[in-house]
Design a protein around this ligand. Structure first.
Ligand SMILES: Cc1cc2nc3c(=O)[nH]c(=O)nc-3n(C[C@H](O)[C@H](O)[C@H](O)COP(=O)(O)OP(=O)(O)OC[C@H]3O[C@@H](n4cnc5c(N)ncnc54)[C@H](O)[C@@H]3O)c2cc1C
Length: 291
């Protein structure tokens, strides 16, 4: 049986208290939210925090709401809260499509938005969703609040810009009119991590692509996206050829690893097919068509 190394357990009653507990431990403490990533790592002794700061009492960080011209999602919102949110269903169907294929109900009932982003697993689905939507993370510390573009949030696998005594409190995405979005994932069996996955939004002005976002996961895409592909579409007319070209660029520019889920060429091809499908369905939804 695998058991974690000994650790001290603290339960935070507020964001300020969580930050103070982290600061007091001088880098040896970790927050625990859903625990679905951290606890397995502790059992394998890949993580050995001296103190665990439990933030499950911070129910004020569990919400999805419209705030001005953005949607604000609290960091302690569980996957199931994202899946079932009427606000997200109205503006961005990409969320429910991604959440439906993240793990299983057990994980979705506990795992959180903040934990998913901060774990920085290179196969994380929500990282691709937020990269596609050009969201930003709101991070608090004792010295105040800062906001970081999600495309600058991940420094690499399992590494983010969040400091030792900081906590992600919220993630925000802009509300865009005339927009459709979609998510496409291939997994080897139900509930598994992606072989490859891609999400997109497309904002239309008539038949012109006004703005577009592409997110990819499990294929080594820098910052879970491909701005060159987005640039090839933005400002141009909607056409299958333009979508295919953008998808081709995505397949070329990503950097997948060969593993038990497949060889490199297969993953490049797969993700380009998924990008094309996500873009095509996003366009249809932006036009108000069934997709
Ligand atoms: C069997 C299984 C299958 C899974 N399949 C998928 C899948 O298909 N797709 C997918 O995307 N994910 C998958 N996951 C991961 C799942 O989404 C987890 O919920 C997620 O990775 C971590 O969220 P958590 O709340 O459990 O974080 P935790 O495990 O509690 O924390 C993870 C890390 O984030 C830090 N942290 C947590 N919250 C904050 C915060 N607010 N601010 C700063 N740091 C914070 C912690 O200190 C820790 O370092 C799977 C997990 C399991 C167990």
């Amino acid at each position: 049986m695998q058991v974690p190394a000994p650790f001290e357990y603290q339960r935070a009653g507020s964001v300020d208290e969580a930050i103070a507990l982290l600061a007091r431990s001088g880098g040896d403490a970790r927050l625990v939210a859903g625990g679905h990533s951290l606890l397995p790592m502790m059992k394998l002794r890949l993580a050995r925090p001296e103190t665990l700061v439990d933030i499950n009492g911070l129910s004020d960080l569990e919400y999805v709401k419209v705030d001005g011209d953005e949607i604000a999602i609290g960091a302690m919102t569980r996957h199931v809260g994202v899946l079932e949110s009427a606000v997200l269903a109205e503006h961005y169907r990409i969320f429910a499509e991604a959440e439906r294929v993240i793990a299983d109900p057990l994980v979705r009932n506990r795992g959180t938005v903040g934990g998913s982003l901060c774990q920085a697993d290179p196969s994380e689905d929500l990282s691709a969703v937020f990269a596609a939507l050009k969201g930003r993370a709101v991070i608090r510390s004792a010295s105040g609040t800062r906001s970081v573009d999600l495309r600058a949030f991940h420094l690499g696998p399992y590494e983010t810009v969040v400091g030792d005594a900081e906590i992600v409190v919220e993630v925000r995405v802009p509300i865009r009119p005339h927009t459709g979005s979609a998510y496409e994932k291939v997994e080897r069996r139900a509930g598994d991590w992606s072989v490859a996955a891609a999400g997109a939004f497309v904002q239309l002005r008539g038949d012109t692509i006004d703005d577009v976002g592409i997110g990819m996961t499990a294929v080594g895409a820098a910052h879970f996206t491909c701005e060159e592909a987005e640039d090839s579409l933005r400002g141009g007319p909607v056409s299958p050829e333009a979508i295919d070209e953008a998808a081709r660029i995505c397949g070329q520019r990503c950097n997948p690893s060969a593993d038990q889920r497949g060889p490199v060429d297969y993953k490049r091809h797969l993700v380009s097919v998924l990008v094309a499908r996500a873009l095509t369905r996003s366009v249809a939804r932006a036009r108000g068509e069934a997709a």
